[in-house]
Design a protein around this ligand. Structure first.
Ligand code: IMP
Length: 191
């Protein structure tokens, strides 16, 4: 019998089941198994996703093994980057309405960004992924979560919420950041 190396397990700490699914399916081809630990992490009012991720990495010091956290946002340049780091709070309080209203007279270009943070003991690394596109004229589709129904990637006719999960994973900000995590661990087996 051929003995294979045991797949490494990564603990993904988040309260969002949609993110956990995406992270697990992106890391599976790298032989990395993902265990989802549902936990609310601190999200300080901070000017950048990287600052939020640094706080999350600090908050998971107690979790053994390889630990992954991330923070994401939707950035609209014609709104000076809003909602950006405030994406979660804004969506919870206001929904999509004000964004449609504000974009009636402004460029609809937008991008998602994810900063992923990997911790192993005292070592930490961060990885960034982006996807560019535009804000749809109305919400469409039922897949995904968050702003997926209003985001159309560049070159697409559909929103992220109108396509099967694999199609979002092929191009998304999160998949792009998390694939770098897989590549990093594949090339740095001793990290
Ligand atoms: P956070 O990273 O959990 O703080 O997410 C910020 C906000 O952006 C939340 O409202 C999420 O639902 C939303 N969000 C994060 N990632 C995505 C995504 O991949 N698609 C759509 N919305 C997202």
């Amino acid at each position: 019998m051929v003995s294979r190396p045991r797949p490494r397990t990564i603990t993904f700490v988040s309260r969002n089941p949609g993110k956990a699914r995406e992270v697990a399916s992106v890391l599976a081809p790298f032989g990395l198994r993902v265990r989802w630990k549902r936990r609310e992490l601190p999200e300080p009012q901070a000017p950048s996703l990287a600052t939020v991720v640094a706080a999350k990495l600090e908050a998971v010091r107690d979790v053994p093994g390889y630990v992954l956290v991330e923070d994401s946002g939707l950035f609209v340049p014609s709104l000076r980057g809003f909602p950006g780091v405030y994406s979660a709070h804004f969506l919870e309080v206001w929904g999509f309405g004000p964004i449609f209203e504000l974009l009636r007279t402004r460029s609809r270009r937008a991008y998602f960004q994810t900063v992923a943070g990997l911790r192993h003991g005292r070592r930490v690394r961060t990885f960034t992924g982006e996807v560019h596109g535009s804000i749809a004229l109305r919400a469409r589709g039922r897949e995904g979560f968050g702003y997926d129904p209003i985001f159309v990637p560049r070159g697409w006719r559909h929103t992220f919420a109108e396509v099967p999960p694999e199609e979002k994973d092929a191009v998304s900000h999160r998949a792009r950041a998390i694939r770098q995590v897989g590549e990093f661990l594949a090339t740095e087996p001793r990290w």
